[in-house]
Write a protein that binds this ligand. Structure first.
Ligand code: ATP
Length: 414
């Protein structure tokens, strides 16, 4: 266990001398939820507990607009564990800032000890900002700022800069304790996963659909994933990619499920139905029909795709409308107004870009016509569907689905 020797500001062995390391969380839109706030916070607390389950058992407290995550008594509240908790919590949706903090007693020495530990190893200017909610504390906020500031200068020689410092050390004096923390890590924002219900993501091996999944989880949807492979006419590479993508995305919700449908034979049927220039849109309609059946079985309320208006010929407004016509569930397209560069930036940040860029034999290349239709007519597509008996075909495809659990565990939302 690591702890601090307050006088020297050094980490040494033994039980904590100055207080308890913990994590402070600033909530995002949850705070705007009025009467529903209670429900949102409960959901967030459940998600937090599940997300950190393999690091440490935790207790979560609400205090003055923040949440405090503390390791359960006997759970090993050392600095390294709490650092790991803070990093993991940055992936839990619904949180704006995550601070590794010290919860200390209401005496100036403990506050100084915590401040020295948090500032150890830093370079650049700093400022101390104290807030005193309990006026019985022996120092005013200005006196506390000065005391802690001078100890940091003495220990580490860092320059004080009150305007736009590189580091801000915050001290909050509450009724029973004091919290000391630094700038912290940005969270994902948004709403807690599970708050908005459940939906099914159509996940190709490409760049866009993983970003679409991320954006909808961030709006509180818990998602399942559906991938169509070209099997038996392609290799399993696209499935491996989908698997790797789901593993990466799982850190935002936990317990993700991937459903895979071998789609090669259905594509052959589309080809021989004479769909020609309409083949890509007809195929997309069949994918969504299949997705709708599966989503209903899973309790999903919507389908999610990575379409972005005008990005490829199948994503014109006319073609999207023609796809919508095949299903009753709403199709959510969170990327519809985003540029490719913006989508790629997000993919890079959430860690899916390098996986999406790996080569694979996409199922959809099997069907690419020489010139794809950009203004598909719904009546023509309905005719193709009748020739295919699309309703029954979609049922068969949904029955042929194979379920995978790329990450084991129960997930962090109900
Ligand atoms: N093989 C597939 N399995 C599951 N969904 C798919 C598949 N192919 C396409 N989709 C869905 O249809 C959307 C549009 O696919 P399309 O191939 O036209 O565009 P894209 O820009 O290449 O998308 P992506 O980058 O997600 O592959 C995808 O974002 C995805 O939601």
């Amino acid at each position: 266990m690591t702890v601090l020797d307050t006088a020297a500001g050094q980490i040494t062995g033994g039980p904590p001398a100055i207080g308890e390391p913990c994590v402070l969380i600033k909530l995002g839109e949850v705070v705007l939820k009025g009467k529903n706030r209670e429900v949102f916070e409960r959901r967030l607390q459940n998600n937090l507990r599940s997300a950190v389950r393999d690091i440490a058992p935790v207790r979560i407290w609400r205090r003055h607009g923040v949440m405090v995550v503390r390791v359960e008594r006997g759970g090993g509240a050392d600095v390294a564990t709490v650092d790991a908790l803070a990093r993991r919590i940055t992936d839990v949706m619904g949180i704006v800032w995550v601070h590794r903090a010290w919860r200390v007693g209401k005496d100036p020495d403990s506050v100084v000890g915590a401040a020295l530990e948090l500032m150890a190893g830093r370079t650049g200017s700093f400022a101390v900002r104290s807030r005193r909610r309990d006026k019985r504390f022996p120092l005013t906020s200005t006196e506390l700022d000065r005391l802690v500031g001078s100890k940091i200068v003495e220990a580490y020689g860092l320059p004080v800069k009150l305007k736009e410092p590189e580091h801000t050390l915050s001290i909050e004096v509450d009724r029973d304790e004091v919290f000391v923390f630094t700038d912290g890590l940005p969270g994902q924002g948004g709403l807690p996963v599970g708050m908005s219900g459940r939906a099914l993501v159509l996940l190709s091996g490409g760049i866009d659909s993983p970003v679409a999944a991320y954006r909808m989880m961030r709006r509180g949807l818990r998602v399942d994933y559906l991938h169509f492979s070209g099997m038996p006419f392609t290799g399993p590479e696209s499935i491996y990619k989908a698997y790797a993508l789901v593993r990466e995305l799982d850190r935002f919700q936990g317990g993700s499920r991937l459903f895979v449908v071998p789609f090669g034979k259905a594509q052959q049927q589309i080809k021989s139905s004479g769909a020609d220039r309409l083949a890509v849109v007809a195929q997309r309609r069949l994918m969504l029909r299949t997705g709708e059946i599966l989503a209903r079985r899973l309790g999903g309320l919507a389908l999610i795709t990575g379409d972005s208006l005008g990005q490829v010929s199948s994503q014109t407004l006319a073609n999207m409308t023609a796809v919508d016509d095949a299903v009753e569930l709403p199709i959510l397209r969170p990327l519809v107004g985003m540029d490719k560069v913006e989508i790629m930036d997000t993919a890079r940040r959430i860690g899916t870009l390098t996986i999406s860029e790996l080569p694979d034999e996409d199922c959809c290349t099997l069907l690419a016509p020489r010139r794809a239709e950009t203004r598909a007519k719904i009546e023509d597509l309905r005719q193709i569907d009748r020739r295919l008996d699309a309703e029954e075909l979609a049922e068969k495809l949904a029955d042929s689905v194979q379920e995978h659990r790329p990450v084991y565990g129960e997930g962090n939302a109900a």
